[in-house]
Ligand binder design. Structure first.
Ligand code: ADP
Ligand code: MG
Length: 246
């Protein structure tokens, strides 16, 4: 079997005053759609930042694609859409194409005019999130849900293998949340993108995800590596009403 794409082994993290994570272990394997749940302040965003290498754990080991995170060079394989990415100031004048093309900069360097191949990549990324019709729109003409899809396209344009999303449905009209998760599920199934998602949408998300982990403030982590394998069917049903394994 291949190594997990993200393998977190007994990590802890402390901000100056706050213990944010304590002894967390978690593995994300190719093809997973993992939802991370937990109350506010339980360390969800911190855990994602550790997966991304944005912050270093105080204790513990991380392997990315089988390589010690310290030596991992393929950062573009892991895409990220941060919390509140779509809380836009309405004056923002960039077009959808410009925002998505910004996701290529890491790979290609800055460009004055968008090269042809980049245009094709931008179009493909927008198609994957159902936003190809909005290429020339300005961001401030879009709804919160549409803006979030554009930010996902921006992450996808660099062709990551894993996409990490922090509370992506905040700011999306509740009537559009179902179709938003359908779009994510199709990225996972049809485009083979491994997904890691922080969310509070427990009811909506359970139909689409393959795995769930729950961070809890008092016991900090309610689970272990490949957590679903450690839960009985009865436990799973008690938590979620039905099985969360596809
Ligand atoms: P969640 O995303 O689950 O709401 P966070 O990972 O953002 O939780 O935060 C976990 C804990 O760490 C919280 O107590 C929060 O107040 C604290 N924290 C988060 N970011 C910082 C920071 N930059 N400096 C100090 N404390 C922080
Ligand atoms: Mg958070």
């Amino acid at each position: 079997m291949n190594a997990p794409l993200i393998d977190i082994d007994n990590i802890s993290f402390e901000y100056e005053q706050t213990k944010a994570l304590e002894n967390i272990s978690l593995a994300v394997e190719e093809g997973d759609f993992l939802a991370i749940l937990g109350p506010n302040g339980s360390g969800k965003s911190t855990l994602l930042k550790i997966m991304l290498g944005l912050i270093k754990p105080t204790k513990g080991e991380i392997r990315l694609f089988g390589v010690d995170a310290k030596n991992f060079k393929k950062r573009e394989w892991i895409g990220y859409v941060s919390q509140k990415s779509n809380s836009f100031n309405s004056g923002f004048p960039a077009t959808v194409e410009e925002v998505v093309a910004g996701g290529l900069v890491k790979k290609t360097g800055l460009f004055r005019r968008l090269p042809k191949t980049a245009k094709a990549n931008v179009k493909e990324a927008l198609e994957a999130v159902g936003m190809e019709a909005f290429l020339d729109n300005r961001m401030n003409e879009l709804s919160g849900g549409q803006q979030q899809r554009v930010f996902i396209a921006r992450a996808l344009v660099a062709q990551p293998k894993v996409l990490i999303l922090d509370e992506p449905t905040v700011g999306i009209d509740h009537r559009n949340v179902q179709s938003f998760y359908n779009m994510l599920a199709s990225l996972n199934r049809d485009k083979d993108i491994t997904l890691v998602l922080v969310t509070h949408d427990v009811d909506t998300v359970t139909d689409r995800i393959t795995h769930v982990a729950c961070l809890n403030q008092t016991i900090h982590f309610h689970g272990f590596k490949n957590q679903l394998h450690t839960m009985s069917d009865e436990q799973r049903e008690a938590w979620y009403g039905h099985s969360v394994r596809k």
